[in-house]
Design a binder for this molecule. Sequence first.
Ligand SMILES: [Zn+2]
Length: 75
Amino acid sequence: MSMNCPHCGETMHIRSSRETSLISREIYYRCTNLHCGHIAIAITELIKTIVPAQFPNPKCHLPVIKPESSAPPRG
Ligand SMILES: [Zn+2]
């Protein structure tokens, strides 16, 4: 997953990440424009289940949705 720098518009690359919970991670991004130097943190989080796991973890509680409602919006 790539992102553009909100300051200069160049691509930001992932430098590292760390788990913050069972369903989320912090992602550390660095702008590829050396003159900009922006570094930022994003969060990636699982929010819904489309197909239930074969070996479910009882500690994981994600709402199950119907497959047809999981399609990304068309632009
Ligand atoms: Zn930048």
